[in-house]
Design a protein around this ligand. Structure first.
Ligand code: SAM
Length: 490
């Protein structure tokens, strides 16, 4: 029931919560921010990157998006807790810890020089996809954003996902279905009813259903690691990770206290090597033996629709009693993700035999556009449109002067910011409250001139990711439904 930074990161970074250090556009480092001083560094936990060292004390309590400057950290006693110094010990030339002969000079030598900056950004499915520990191939943002939109995933939906792999799709899916937490008291706690500080001002509303993700993974260590990440990200009340071979054992669960035994799914996403082998379990009623056999051997079954028509108790021998994992009250939407067209044809064939409709395929070919402002010199501004490229020597000199001037302003601001960060770290260590950063650069002049807006496209498409097959299974229609409809519509 704990809130997750993926669903509501708040405005500032917080201790014991995930933060992402963005070094470059596609280079991000995830880290759980720690205020603990139990570390080999005087500064507490430190993130060392190629752009310098970042003590967590400089990362906690910052507005998301802040540029953080690298710090000089004290590594004099790194690796040896017995030699650990307190910050005050670094003053003066006397040995800082009894039994050691380290002087201020030694410490200065051992310190890593700060060399750059990072941006501190909140965890989102998009940033997590770029930095998660890869165990498998993952579904990337251009694909999952299209998939979730095309599947019309809404808050409150239940999603079945198999295989879970590295959990990239899982994080995007849980954000899409999130409509609140179902607390231990069975009460529904929606963020819409709460202030940023978590105070719920409206009486908690009871709802029958809270959005959930059922994530199936065959490989036990992968399932275990994903479960641990989901727990660490505060998502375990919304995501259930199940270690299971879905080809064999399907999607229904053992009944557990408070957890539905059938996922009651509205949406299915299969990222499996052979999705057609899982489809026999994703029906409303038991499929016939003939259909199951034809799917398993990928032959094209002669019967186009087999929903229950030739049903046989031996169709799925591993299940005694047939239970459907699908929501009986909704049309169910499915997407399968396959890298080659042979897999697509087998999937489409199986979908047809099991009564799925509106079957279609899409291929995502995403292309990056780099949009930026082209910096132009003072003289050039006047020439805009007429002959902007005709730069003279004096224009070039002027431009160099401009750049030099801007660099001076930039470095001045950087220095001020570094000092401010150190002051804030000290304040926080004393247990005092830190005020949010003041708006920067106000009244200090613009760092960059505005220029023409230009864009560049990537010359080639870098990858073909996959083919996406979509289909819909109409809602269950019983005799009673038919009666009701007849009475209503005549
Ligand atoms: N969609 C995932 C993501 O975004 O991180 C990546 C999925 S990965 C490509 C495919 C996963 O399917 C693998 O982790 C594999 O172990 C799992 N898998 C393969 N066969 C399976 C089966 N029969 N049941 C459950 N999972 C299976």
């Amino acid at each position: 029931t704990s809130p997750s930074p993926f669903l509501d990161p708040g405005t500032h970074s917080a201790p014991n919560s995930l933060g992402i250090l963005q070094l470059r556009r596609d280079h991000l480092i995830p880290t759980v921010l720690s205020s603990s001083t139990d570390s080999d560094y005087v500064e507490g936990k430190v993130e060392n990157t190629r752009f310098g060292s970042f003590p967590h004390s400089t990362l906690i309590g910052q507005p998301w998006g802040t540029q953080i400057l690298a710090s000089v950290v004290d590594t004099g006693s790194r690796g040896s807790k017995s030699k650990k110094r307190k910050r005050g010990d670094t003053e003066g030339d006397s040995p800082s810890t009894p039994g050691t002969h380290e002087t201020k000079r030694d410490i200065a030598k051992a310190a890593i020089a700060s060399s750059g900056f990072v941006h501190l950004v909140p965890p989102t499915p998009e940033t997590w996809t770029l930095c998660l520990p890869h165990r498998t191939q993952v579904v990337y943002t251009p694909d999952y954003s299209y998939i979730l939109q095309r599947l019309r995933v809404r808050p409150g939906d239940h999603i079945i996902e198999a295989g879970a792999g590295s959990g990239s799709f899982t994080h995007a899916a849980v954000r899409a279905v999130f409509n609140g937490y179902l607390g231990e008291d069975g009460m529904f706690d929606s963020p819409k009813n709460s202030d940023r500080d978590g105070t719920n001002h409206i009486l908690k509303k009871k709802r029958s259903r809270c959005g959930r993700v059922y994530s199936y993974e065959f490989h036990a260590p992968r399932a275990k690691q994903l479960r641990a990440e989901i727990e660490e990200h505060g998502l375990s009340s919304l995501v259930r990770v199940i270690n299971r071979d879905v080809y064999e054992d399907g999607f229904c669960l053992d009944s557990e206290a408070g957890i539905d035994s059938a996922p009651d799914a509205d949406v299915i996403f299969l990222d499996l090597p052979a999705p057609w082998l899982a489809l026999k379990h994703l029906t409303r009623s038991r499929p016939s033996t003939a259909v199951v056999k034809s799917i398993t051997t990928y032959s094209n079954p002669s019967t186009p629709s087999a929903e229950g028509s030739e049903s046989s108790p031996q169709a799925l021998p591993t299940e005694k009693l047939f239970r459907s994992p699908l929501n009986p009250n909704n049309a169910v939407r499915i997407c399968t993700f396959s890298p080659c067209i042979e897999q697509v044809t087998k999937t489409v064939s199986a979908l047809r035999s099991l009564g799925w409709l509106e079957i279609g395929m899409a291929e995502i070919l995403s292309k990056r556009l780099e949009v930026r402002r082209e910096r132009i010199g003072l003289q050039e501004e006047g020439l805009r449109g007429a002959n902007a490229s005709a730069a003279t020597v004096s224009e070039a000199v002027q431009r160099l002067r401009d750049v030099e001037g801007r660099a001076k302003v930039f470095h001045g601001l950087q220095k001020e910011k570094q000092e401010e960060i150190m002051r804030r770290a000290e304040t926080q260590k004393r247990g005092e409250k830190i005020e949010p950063f003041k708006e920067e650069n106000k009244g200090k002049g613009k760092l960059y001139k505005e220029g023409r807006l230009v864009h560049r496209t990537e010359p080639e498409l870098k990858t073909h990711t996959s083919y996406l097959v979509f289909a819909i299974l109409p809602r269950q229609w019983t005799k009673e439904d038919e009666e009701k409809a007849r009475k209503k519509w005549g």
